[in-house]
Design a protein around this ligand. Sequence first.
Ligand code: SF4
Length: 340
Amino acid sequence: MSESTPAPLLELDDVHQVFATKRGDVPAISGVNLTVNPGKVLCLVGESGCGKTTTARAAAGLTSVTGGTIRFEGADIDTLSDLGRQKFREAVQYIHQDPYASLNPVRTIASTVSAGLLRHKLVANRREARKAAAELLERVDLTPAESYLDKYPHQLSGGQRQRVAIARALAMKPRLLIADESTSMLDVSIRVSLLNTLGRLRDDTGVGFMFITHDLAVAKYFAWDGEIAVMYLGKVVEQGPTPQVINDPRHPYTKALISAVCEPDPELARSKKVMPLRSSEIPSLTALPAGCTFHPRCPVYEADTCDGTPPALIPLDGRRRLACHVLNPDVAPAPAPTAA
Ligand code: SF4
Protein backbone atom coordinates (compact mmCIF):
# COMPACT_ATOMS: atom_id res chain seq x y z
CA MET A 1 0.00 0.00 0.00
CA SER A 2 1.42 3.47 -0.92
CA GLU A 3 2.09 6.20 1.65
CA SER A 4 -0.77 8.30 0.27
CA THR A 5 -3.32 5.53 0.81
CA PRO A 6 -3.22 4.41 4.46
CA ALA A 7 -4.61 1.00 5.32
CA PRO A 8 -8.32 1.35 6.08
CA LEU A 9 -9.36 1.45 9.71
CA LEU A 10 -12.82 0.02 9.19
CA GLU A 11 -14.28 -1.78 6.18
CA LEU A 12 -17.87 -2.90 5.72
CA ASP A 13 -18.11 -5.35 2.86
CA ASP A 14 -21.60 -6.19 1.50
CA VAL A 15 -23.10 -6.02 4.99
CA HIS A 16 -26.71 -7.09 5.53
CA GLN A 17 -28.73 -6.97 8.72
CA VAL A 18 -32.16 -8.60 8.72
CA PHE A 19 -34.26 -8.51 11.89
CA ALA A 20 -36.94 -11.18 12.34
CA THR A 21 -40.10 -9.56 13.71
CA LYS A 22 -43.75 -10.60 14.17
CA ARG A 23 -44.56 -8.60 11.04
CA GLY A 24 -41.93 -10.47 9.04
CA ASP A 25 -38.27 -10.02 8.21
CA VAL A 26 -37.04 -6.43 8.29
CA PRO A 27 -33.99 -5.83 6.06
CA ALA A 28 -32.57 -2.93 8.08
CA ILE A 29 -29.44 -2.72 5.91
CA SER A 30 -28.77 -4.40 2.57
CA GLY A 31 -25.43 -4.67 0.81
CA VAL A 32 -23.66 -1.79 2.53
CA ASN A 33 -20.01 -1.19 1.56
CA LEU A 34 -18.18 1.53 3.50
CA THR A 35 -14.65 2.42 4.50
CA VAL A 36 -13.31 4.68 7.25
CA ASN A 37 -9.66 5.71 7.04
CA PRO A 38 -7.47 6.81 9.96
CA GLY A 39 -8.04 10.45 10.91
CA LYS A 40 -10.91 10.80 8.42
CA VAL A 41 -14.63 11.34 8.85
CA LEU A 42 -17.28 9.25 7.16
CA CYS A 43 -20.67 10.77 7.74
CA LEU A 44 -23.84 8.67 7.37
CA VAL A 45 -26.91 10.78 6.66
CA GLY A 46 -30.55 10.02 5.98
CA GLU A 47 -34.02 10.05 7.52
CA SER A 48 -34.96 8.06 10.62
CA GLY A 49 -35.17 4.36 9.82
CA CYS A 50 -32.74 4.51 6.91
CA GLY A 51 -30.27 2.16 8.62
CA LYS A 52 -27.68 4.61 9.95
CA THR A 53 -27.76 3.40 13.53
CA THR A 54 -27.98 -0.27 12.53
CA THR A 55 -24.86 0.26 10.42
CA ALA A 56 -23.09 2.06 13.26
CA ARG A 57 -23.97 -0.60 15.84
CA ALA A 58 -22.81 -3.36 13.51
CA ALA A 59 -19.54 -1.49 12.86
CA ALA A 60 -18.97 -1.24 16.62
CA GLY A 61 -19.55 -4.99 17.02
CA LEU A 62 -22.64 -4.37 19.16
CA THR A 63 -24.71 -6.66 16.93
CA SER A 64 -23.81 -9.61 14.72
CA VAL A 65 -24.71 -9.00 11.12
CA THR A 66 -26.69 -11.50 9.06
CA GLY A 67 -24.48 -11.14 5.99
CA GLY A 68 -21.21 -9.68 4.78
CA THR A 69 -17.98 -8.92 6.57
CA ILE A 70 -16.79 -6.15 8.87
CA ARG A 71 -13.04 -5.72 9.19
CA PHE A 72 -11.19 -3.53 11.66
CA GLU A 73 -7.55 -2.90 10.75
CA GLY A 74 -7.80 -5.82 8.35
CA ALA A 75 -9.22 -8.38 10.81
CA ASP A 76 -12.75 -9.81 10.48
CA ILE A 77 -14.40 -8.75 13.77
CA ASP A 78 -16.55 -11.89 13.75
CA THR A 79 -13.55 -14.17 14.11
CA LEU A 80 -11.53 -12.28 16.72
CA SER A 81 -10.03 -14.16 19.67
CA ASP A 82 -11.08 -13.09 23.16
CA LEU A 83 -7.99 -10.91 23.42
CA GLY A 84 -8.55 -9.53 19.91
CA ARG A 85 -12.15 -8.67 20.81
CA GLN A 86 -11.02 -6.89 23.97
CA LYS A 87 -8.50 -4.85 21.95
CA PHE A 88 -11.23 -4.09 19.38
CA ARG A 89 -13.58 -2.90 22.15
CA GLU A 90 -10.87 -0.53 23.41
CA ALA A 91 -9.98 0.75 19.94
CA VAL A 92 -13.57 1.41 18.81
CA GLN A 93 -15.66 3.63 21.06
CA TYR A 94 -19.34 4.47 20.62
CA ILE A 95 -20.81 7.82 21.66
CA HIS A 96 -24.57 7.57 22.03
CA GLN A 97 -27.18 10.13 21.12
CA ASP A 98 -28.64 10.62 24.58
CA PRO A 99 -26.20 12.09 27.11
CA TYR A 100 -28.93 11.75 29.78
CA ALA A 101 -29.23 7.96 29.39
CA SER A 102 -25.63 7.05 28.59
CA LEU A 103 -24.15 8.01 31.97
CA ASN A 104 -24.72 6.08 35.19
CA PRO A 105 -26.60 8.51 37.49
CA VAL A 106 -25.06 7.13 40.72
CA ARG A 107 -21.43 7.40 39.57
CA THR A 108 -19.38 10.56 39.94
CA ILE A 109 -17.84 12.01 36.80
CA ALA A 110 -14.37 10.89 37.96
CA SER A 111 -15.64 7.33 38.41
CA THR A 112 -17.44 7.36 35.03
CA VAL A 113 -14.45 8.63 33.05
CA SER A 114 -11.90 6.39 34.75
CA ALA A 115 -13.93 3.15 34.98
CA GLY A 116 -12.49 1.74 31.74
CA LEU A 117 -8.94 2.66 32.76
CA LEU A 118 -9.29 0.68 36.00
CA ARG A 119 -11.17 -2.22 34.36
CA HIS A 120 -8.50 -2.66 31.70
CA LYS A 121 -5.69 -2.04 34.24
CA LEU A 122 -4.40 0.95 32.27
CA VAL A 123 -3.70 2.81 35.52
CA ALA A 124 -2.10 1.46 38.70
CA ASN A 125 -4.50 2.81 41.31
CA ARG A 126 -7.43 5.17 42.02
CA ARG A 127 -5.16 8.19 42.49
CA GLU A 128 -3.72 7.71 38.99
CA ALA A 129 -7.24 7.09 37.65
CA ARG A 130 -8.47 10.40 39.09
CA LYS A 131 -5.48 12.26 37.62
CA ALA A 132 -6.14 10.68 34.20
CA ALA A 133 -9.85 11.57 34.46
CA ALA A 134 -8.95 15.20 35.17
CA GLU A 135 -6.67 15.31 32.10
CA LEU A 136 -9.41 13.82 29.93
CA LEU A 137 -11.96 16.36 31.15
CA GLU A 138 -9.52 19.17 30.28
CA ARG A 139 -9.18 17.72 26.77
CA VAL A 140 -12.91 17.95 26.20
CA ASP A 141 -12.97 21.52 27.51
CA LEU A 142 -14.56 20.79 30.89
CA THR A 143 -12.36 23.18 32.87
CA PRO A 144 -11.29 23.46 35.57
CA ALA A 145 -11.56 19.68 35.71
CA GLU A 146 -11.41 19.58 39.52
CA SER A 147 -14.78 21.30 39.67
CA TYR A 148 -16.40 18.42 37.72
CA LEU A 149 -14.71 15.31 39.10
CA ASP A 150 -16.95 14.84 42.15
CA LYS A 151 -20.20 15.89 40.50
CA TYR A 152 -22.98 13.53 39.37
CA PRO A 153 -24.53 13.58 35.88
CA HIS A 154 -27.73 15.29 37.09
CA GLN A 155 -25.62 18.30 38.16
CA LEU A 156 -24.43 18.89 34.58
CA SER A 157 -26.07 20.34 31.46
CA GLY A 158 -26.75 18.18 28.39
CA GLY A 159 -23.67 19.54 26.60
CA GLN A 160 -21.46 18.92 29.63
CA ARG A 161 -22.76 15.35 29.95
CA GLN A 162 -21.98 14.68 26.30
CA ARG A 163 -18.43 15.98 26.88
CA VAL A 164 -18.13 13.54 29.79
CA ALA A 165 -19.27 10.73 27.46
CA ILE A 166 -16.59 11.79 24.96
CA ALA A 167 -13.93 11.94 27.71
CA ARG A 168 -14.93 8.42 28.77
CA ALA A 169 -14.53 7.24 25.16
CA LEU A 170 -11.14 8.96 24.82
CA ALA A 171 -9.86 7.20 27.95
CA MET A 172 -9.42 4.04 25.88
CA LYS A 173 -7.23 5.90 23.34
CA PRO A 174 -9.61 4.86 20.53
CA ARG A 175 -8.57 4.72 16.89
CA LEU A 176 -12.20 4.92 15.74
CA LEU A 177 -15.03 6.93 17.29
CA ILE A 178 -18.58 6.13 16.25
CA ALA A 179 -20.74 9.12 17.10
CA ASP A 180 -24.44 8.34 16.73
CA GLU A 181 -26.46 11.58 16.53
CA SER A 182 -24.21 12.73 19.37
CA THR A 183 -25.08 16.40 19.01
CA SER A 184 -28.72 16.16 17.97
CA MET A 185 -30.18 16.63 21.47
CA LEU A 186 -28.16 19.78 22.15
CA ASP A 187 -28.95 23.45 21.58
CA VAL A 188 -27.43 24.87 18.41
CA SER A 189 -24.70 26.96 20.09
CA ILE A 190 -23.66 24.03 22.31
CA ARG A 191 -23.77 21.73 19.28
CA VAL A 192 -21.31 23.92 17.36
CA SER A 193 -18.98 24.12 20.36
CA LEU A 194 -19.05 20.33 20.77
CA LEU A 195 -18.45 19.78 17.05
CA ASN A 196 -15.43 22.09 17.32
CA THR A 197 -14.11 20.01 20.23
CA LEU A 198 -14.60 16.77 18.29
CA GLY A 199 -12.86 18.28 15.25
CA ARG A 200 -9.90 19.36 17.37
CA LEU A 201 -9.64 15.88 18.92
CA ARG A 202 -9.71 14.34 15.43
CA ASP A 203 -6.87 16.62 14.30
CA ASP A 204 -4.84 16.15 17.51
CA THR A 205 -5.18 12.38 17.87
CA GLY A 206 -5.74 11.13 14.30
CA VAL A 207 -8.84 9.23 15.40
CA GLY A 208 -11.17 8.19 12.58
CA PHE A 209 -14.89 8.98 12.80
CA MET A 210 -18.05 7.29 11.70
CA PHE A 211 -20.41 10.19 12.29
CA ILE A 212 -24.13 9.60 12.10
CA THR A 213 -26.56 12.46 11.67
CA HIS A 214 -29.94 13.21 10.11
CA ASP A 215 -28.86 16.85 9.77
CA LEU A 216 -26.98 17.72 6.58
CA ALA A 217 -25.94 21.08 8.02
CA VAL A 218 -24.11 19.23 10.81
CA ALA A 219 -22.59 16.82 8.27
CA LYS A 220 -21.38 19.74 6.18
CA TYR A 221 -19.84 21.45 9.21
CA PHE A 222 -18.11 18.42 10.70
CA ALA A 223 -17.24 16.31 7.65
CA TRP A 224 -16.20 18.95 5.12
CA ASP A 225 -12.80 17.27 4.61
CA GLY A 226 -14.31 13.80 4.73
CA GLU A 227 -17.02 11.85 2.94
CA ILE A 228 -20.78 11.61 3.13
CA ALA A 229 -22.77 8.44 2.50
CA VAL A 230 -26.48 9.07 2.01
CA MET A 231 -28.64 6.14 3.13
CA TYR A 232 -32.21 5.37 2.11
CA LEU A 233 -34.15 2.33 3.32
CA GLY A 234 -31.06 0.39 4.30
CA LYS A 235 -28.88 1.17 1.28
CA VAL A 236 -26.28 3.76 0.39
CA VAL A 237 -27.67 5.68 -2.59
CA GLU A 238 -24.94 8.31 -2.99
CA GLN A 239 -21.46 8.61 -1.54
CA GLY A 240 -18.56 10.93 -2.13
CA PRO A 241 -16.40 13.76 -0.82
CA THR A 242 -18.55 16.11 1.27
CA PRO A 243 -18.08 19.23 -0.91
CA GLN A 244 -19.22 17.29 -4.01
CA VAL A 245 -22.25 15.73 -2.35
CA ILE A 246 -23.35 18.98 -0.66
CA ASN A 247 -22.62 21.43 -3.50
CA ASP A 248 -23.53 19.17 -6.41
CA PRO A 249 -25.89 16.44 -5.19
CA ARG A 250 -26.90 13.99 -7.92
CA HIS A 251 -29.30 11.49 -6.37
CA PRO A 252 -32.86 12.85 -6.23
CA TYR A 253 -33.07 11.80 -2.58
CA THR A 254 -29.87 13.70 -1.70
CA LYS A 255 -31.26 16.73 -3.53
CA ALA A 256 -34.48 16.48 -1.52
CA LEU A 257 -32.55 16.25 1.75
CA ILE A 258 -30.42 19.27 0.89
CA SER A 259 -33.40 21.31 -0.25
CA ALA A 260 -35.02 20.64 3.16
CA VAL A 261 -32.09 22.11 5.15
CA CYS A 262 -33.08 25.37 6.84
CA GLU A 263 -31.17 28.31 5.40
CA PRO A 264 -30.50 31.10 7.95
CA ASP A 265 -29.91 33.73 5.24
CA PRO A 266 -33.37 34.88 3.92
CA GLU A 267 -31.85 35.77 0.52
CA LEU A 268 -30.39 32.29 0.11
CA ALA A 269 -33.57 30.71 1.46
CA ARG A 270 -35.64 32.52 -1.22
CA SER A 271 -33.29 31.52 -4.04
CA LYS A 272 -33.04 27.90 -2.95
CA LYS A 273 -34.63 25.33 -5.26
CA VAL A 274 -37.02 22.98 -3.49
CA MET A 275 -37.00 19.40 -4.70
CA PRO A 276 -40.64 18.28 -4.80
CA LEU A 277 -41.17 14.57 -4.21
CA ARG A 278 -44.01 12.53 -5.69
CA SER A 279 -44.89 11.33 -2.19
CA SER A 280 -43.84 12.14 1.35
CA GLU A 281 -44.67 8.60 2.51
CA ILE A 282 -41.65 6.46 3.35
CA PRO A 283 -42.32 2.84 2.34
CA SER A 284 -42.22 0.18 5.04
CA LEU A 285 -39.08 -1.96 5.30
CA THR A 286 -41.37 -5.00 5.42
CA ALA A 287 -42.94 -4.14 2.04
CA LEU A 288 -40.20 -2.53 0.01
CA PRO A 289 -41.09 -1.31 -3.49
CA ALA A 290 -39.62 -3.30 -6.38
CA GLY A 291 -36.58 -1.99 -8.22
CA CYS A 292 -35.28 1.31 -6.87
CA THR A 293 -36.93 1.63 -3.46
CA PHE A 294 -37.06 5.42 -3.90
CA HIS A 295 -39.22 5.15 -7.03
CA PRO A 296 -42.63 5.85 -5.39
CA ARG A 297 -41.24 9.23 -4.25
CA CYS A 298 -38.78 10.07 -7.01
CA PRO A 299 -39.54 13.13 -9.17
CA VAL A 300 -37.49 11.78 -12.11
CA TYR A 301 -38.87 8.23 -11.97
CA GLU A 302 -39.06 6.42 -15.28
CA ALA A 303 -41.61 3.63 -15.57
CA ASP A 304 -40.21 0.22 -16.56
CA THR A 305 -36.66 1.40 -15.81
CA CYS A 306 -36.85 2.31 -12.13
CA ASP A 307 -39.29 -0.35 -10.90
CA GLY A 308 -37.48 -3.35 -12.39
CA THR A 309 -34.16 -4.15 -10.75
CA PRO A 310 -32.48 -2.25 -7.88
CA PRO A 311 -29.80 0.17 -9.15
CA ALA A 312 -26.23 -0.64 -8.12
CA LEU A 313 -24.05 1.90 -6.32
CA ILE A 314 -21.44 2.50 -9.01
CA PRO A 315 -18.78 5.14 -9.71
CA LEU A 316 -20.01 8.38 -11.24
CA ASP A 317 -17.12 10.84 -11.23
CA GLY A 318 -13.90 10.82 -9.25
CA ARG A 319 -14.58 9.27 -5.84
CA ARG A 320 -18.34 9.73 -6.02
CA ARG A 321 -20.69 6.75 -6.35
CA LEU A 322 -24.36 6.91 -7.24
CA ALA A 323 -27.20 4.35 -7.36
CA CYS A 324 -29.63 5.54 -10.02
CA HIS A 325 -30.73 3.88 -13.26
CA VAL A 326 -31.50 7.20 -14.91
CA LEU A 327 -28.70 9.49 -13.71
CA ASN A 328 -25.92 6.87 -13.54
CA PRO A 329 -26.92 3.96 -15.77
CA ASP A 330 -24.96 0.76 -15.23
CA VAL A 331 -23.91 0.29 -18.83
CA ALA A 332 -21.99 -2.92 -19.31
CA PRO A 333 -19.09 -2.51 -21.76
CA ALA A 334 -19.88 -3.84 -25.21
CA PRO A 335 -18.23 -7.21 -25.91
CA ALA A 336 -15.03 -6.96 -27.89
CA PRO A 337 -15.59 -7.74 -31.57
CA THR A 338 -14.53 -11.24 -32.49
CA ALA A 339 -12.16 -11.84 -35.37
CA ALA A 340 -13.90 -12.81 -38.59
FE1 SF4 B 1 -35.32 7.94 -9.19
FE2 SF4 B 1 -35.22 5.91 -10.90
FE3 SF4 B 1 -32.97 7.02 -10.04
FE4 SF4 B 1 -34.46 5.57 -8.38
S1 SF4 B 1 -33.40 4.82 -10.20
S2 SF4 B 1 -33.51 7.51 -7.93
S3 SF4 B 1 -36.52 6.06 -9.08
S4 SF4 B 1 -34.55 8.00 -11.27
